[in-house]
Design a protein around this ligand. Structure first.
Ligand SMILES: NC(=O)c1ccc[n+]([C@@H]2O[C@H](COP(=O)([O-])OP(=O)(O)OC[C@H]3O[C@@H](n4cnc5c(N)ncnc54)[C@H](OP(=O)(O)O)[C@@H]3O)[C@@H](O)[C@H]2O)c1
Length: 362
């Protein structure tokens, strides 16, 4: 089943706006911001926050996803893959490239806009890092992946590698006017991937829960609203550089994540930890137990450097807030939309794997 993104986001944006409006909002000079994308998950939170702060937003996308969103924004229709005519005119203070996966697309838009935008902010990913366990944490100067098949545009196979290549184009073309943000897992209201949302739901259902990997395995995530506000802070301060968007501050682990969600429910919960080797032998995969990376229990120290980002203005709301708001948003969806079709293990298989784990241990 394909979730209806319009309904999916209806609650998300309301929640995001409510959060923003409840806090003290600094007055800044209104800026002209071009967003490549803007109507998926991260984009709407950013656009909502930017509009609330008085900025002028232009959206560039194909007009397919949530096209009724943001009537107050100027809308340019086109395709990153060879359809950039709508971007041939116009000037903006900054462009947020939030939909760049294929390096060629990023290079094309970065080149076309050169001289007409003051800053190019590119959404990359921590997947761009070539993670070396004895060189943690990974940060701005760490080594990135190298695309094994030069010229490949296979995003499914080389997501992180392609982000690394795309970053290179942005930095080459914009120099000090480039800002790169590498988020880790993004969670919160409106997340159509269902990954974090599934864990919140599963833990609230309670009982015996198959917990993958090890509680001490290093872990991080970022609330989508913290990411959106970080983008705005970087834009308003005209900040150059490369930043991770991963939280919370300090070393955080997978056990902290699951137990942090558990703290938001009064349901009785019993976690049963199973290592990656066992789970793989049971044919359990990372889609069924989302956000678990097989083998990740080997890494117990901080993965992603965060202090540079905090110094630049990144702030983290509590995991409990992310969990409770995600649950509240999920419950605004229709019964059909609430079904987990993109992430999660079915109850029967979970029970079977738990039984096998019990047998192994007895
Ligand atoms: N979610 C995570 O955990 C996570 C983690 C790390 C990094 N990221 C990064 O976050 C970004 C995605 O965030 P999001 O999905 O929330 O973005 P978004 O900006 O909210 O939505 C994606 C936008 O891209 C547009 N789009 C898609 N294909 C297009 C094309 N060929 N030409 C023009 N526009 C196109 C879509 O509109 P149309 O369909 O109407 O064109 C939509 O507006 C990506 O760069 C991703 O790598 C995400």
């Amino acid at each position: 089943m394909k979730l209806d993104r319009r309904d999916l986001l209806k609650g998300a944006v309301t929640l995001g706006a409510a959060t923003l409006m409840s806090g003290a909002v600094a007055k800044t000079k209104a800026m002209k911001i071009l967003v490549l994308g803007g109507t998926g998950f991260i984009g709407p939170h950013f656009v909502e926050s930017a509009l609330a702060r008085g900025h002028q937003i232009t959206l560039f996308n194909r007009g397919r996803t949530n096209k009724e969103m943001f009537p107050a924004a100027t809308k340019l229709v086109g395709d990153r893959d060879g359809g950039l005519d709508a971007l041939k005119k116009g000037e903006w203070d900054v462009v947020l490239d939030n939909s760049g996966y294929v390096p060629r697309h990023v290079k094309d838009s970065a080149s076309l806009l050169k001289g007409r935008v003051g800053r190019y902010l590119f959404t990359s990913s921590v997947a761009a890092y070539d993670v070396v366990p004895d060189r943690l944490p990974m940060g701005a100067t760490s080594t990135l992946k190298v695309l094994a098949e030069p010229g490949s545009e296979n995003v499914g196979k080389y997501y992180g590698d392609l982000k690394a290549v795309a970053e290179g184009y942005v930095t080459d073309i914009y120099g000090d006017a480039a800002t790169i943000v590498r988020p880790t897992y993004v969670a919160g209201p409106g997340d159509g991937t269902q990954r974090f949302t599934w864990w919140v739901d599963r833990i609230h259902r309670g009982g015996d829960i198959l917990a993958p990997g090890a509680p001490l395995a290093s872990y991080s995530l970022i609330d989508v609203r913290d990411l959106a506000e970080f983008y705005l802070t970087l834009i308003e301060n005209n900040t150059a550089g490369t930043f991770n968007a991963a939280g919370p501050a300090g070393t955080f682990n997978w056990g902290g994540l699951l137990n942090g969600i558990r703290a938001t429910t009064s349901t009785e919960v019993r976690f049963h930890w199973a290592d990656s080797k066992f789970l793989l032998s049971q044919n359990v995969n990372g889609r069924e137990l989302p956000m678990w990376n097989p083998g990740s229990e080997a890494i117990n120290s901080l993965l992603w450097e965060y202090e540079t980002s905090v110094a630049a203005g990144l702030r983290f709301r509590s995991l409990a807030t992310t969990a409770m708001d995600t649950r509240a948003w999920h419950r605004t969806l229709t019964t059909k939309q609430q079904l987990f079709t993109r992430a999660g293990i079915d109850s029967k298989k979970e029970a079977q794997v738990l039984a096998a784990l019990n047998t192994k241990r007895s």
